[in-house]
Ligand binder design. Structure first.
Ligand code: THU
Length: 160
């Protein structure tokens, strides 16, 4: 029997001002997108902004439904929109910001398991890492270098 450790490095920025201009602009787009979240059931508003290799950006926000599972997270709205509008164009990074209408969200929200799997599909296909920038309503920003970092032992098409 062998034991293995899987670890990864992330960066923590104290404020938006500490980000480089490109990351800061992307997070500002996610903040704007968050305002258009349709979240009457959870009151949890999430915005996402995707930066593509061609310089284009695409936004998304969570869209809920009275039949709860029919809703979709902000990240998937954004990456699916990117895939539909700019098929085959590499995704460079995704900024995600979340806030609640009922309480202060104190730490950056990371993508849910379904979103990790959905984003990993694109990362695996394009063979280059997708950076993640995570923020709550305000406060520190976490930057991950690759989606794969937060989905260790992930499943992808190489198994099929
Ligand atoms: N949500 C997202 O949009 N992204 C996540 O990564 C976590 C959860 C949404 C789904 C639902 O509309 C609300 O937040 C509460 O779960």
């Amino acid at each position: 029997m062998k034991k293995k450790t899987i670890s990864f490095e992330l960066s923590v920025y104290e404020t938006l001002g500490a980000l480089n201009e490109q990351d800061r602009d992307l997070m500002h787009m996610a903040i704007e997108a968050r305002k258009d979240a349709y979240a009457p059931y959870s009151n949890f508003m999430v915005g996402a902004a995707v930066l593509l290799a061609n310089g284009k950006t695409v936004i998304g926000s969570n869209q809920e439904n009275a039949s709860y599972p029919s809703g979709l997270c902000a990240e998937r709205v954004a990456v699916f929109q990117a895939g539909a509008k700019y098929p085959g164009v590499t995704i460079k990074s995704i900024a995600i910001t979340a806030m609640s209408k009922t309480h202060l969200v104190e730490k950056p929200a990371a993508p849910c398991g379904n979103c990790r799997q959905a984003i990993s599909e694109y990362e695996f296909k394009q063979k280059s890492p997708i950076e993640l920038l995570l923020m709550a309503e305000k406060g520190e920003i976490i930057k991950c270098q690759s989606l794969a970092d937060i989905l260790p032992l992930g499943f992808n098409s190489s198994y099929l």
